[in-house]
Design a protein around this ligand. Sequence first.
Ligand SMILES: NC(=O)c1ccc[n+]([C@@H]2O[C@H](COP(=O)([O-])OP(=O)(O)OC[C@H]3O[C@@H](n4cnc5c(N)ncnc54)[C@H](O)[C@@H]3O)[C@@H](O)[C@H]2O)c1
Length: 258
Amino acid sequence: MKLDGKVAVVTGGASGLGQATCHQLVAQGARVMIFDLNEELARNTVKALGEQNASYALVNVSDETSVDAGIAQAINQYGEIHIVVNCAGIGAPAKVINREGEPLPLDKFKQIIDINLVGTFNVLRLAAARMINNDPFNEDYGRGVIINVASAAAFDGQIGQPAYAASKAGVVGMTLPIARELATHGIRVNTIAPGLFMTPMAASLPENVVAALGNSVEYPKRLGRPEEFASTVVHIAENDYLNGEVIRLDGAIRMQAR
Ligand SMILES: NC(=O)c1ccc[n+]([C@@H]2O[C@H](COP(=O)([O-])OP(=O)(O)OC[C@H]3O[C@@H](n4cnc5c(N)ncnc54)[C@H](O)[C@@H]3O)[C@@H](O)[C@H]2O)c1
């Protein structure tokens, strides 16, 4: 897929990996619609991208009505959606049993699943229902590409990550069946499973903690840069033969138990 002139919805595009993705997509000539809950960050991101290239909708990815309205706004504004990048997500530590011996409240578990897994599926299903009506843009009758974001925790989740790891393993698990189903419409589906990246959360940690985290990566011995994530998104979008795949982007790190 040539990105020039295409339209991308980027959830969580106001911060971190999603924001870096917006910058690279716009640099390749795409226009982006950010779905995010953080209005201030979304507004600033659109300003930095240029209002002719980007806009935002205040969308909660796990809410049906909210995503429906965001998709309608994107279609109204740009006509079609060719690319969806599902970056919105939360990661909160949540052990099964806390120090006082109390079990994790079920609502806490459900909240993480609801945003990371159900939210990803919600945006994917509503966007795909529009994408199938796109005019094919290449000789393979391509109509679009969907890129989800899992995590290395989908494979080697740490203590305190049962909900997060389960949510991301769910994203990994649905990648192939959805790619198979949407193949008949010319829509590809892939997932990136990042290791440790230098996003605002990590940037707020003390330098020695960041250095220790970086040291746990095989090579290169540092956290990933958001631009490295974003260039993977661009490659997946451009490479029409990449489909149904989960790509670990993690410097070969294998997370320890804690
Ligand atoms: N940073 C890392 O090291 C890392 C590693 C593995 C996976 N990931 C995954 O990558 C994705 C992006 O992470 P990040 O580090 O850029 O995070 P971030 O916190 O910088 O950005 C996430 C964005 O998602 C938005 N968001 C949260 N809940 C939302 C909701 N319900 N609806 C709409 N928007 C919502 C937030 O407002 C924020 O702007 C997440 O899914 C995360 O789990 C990150």
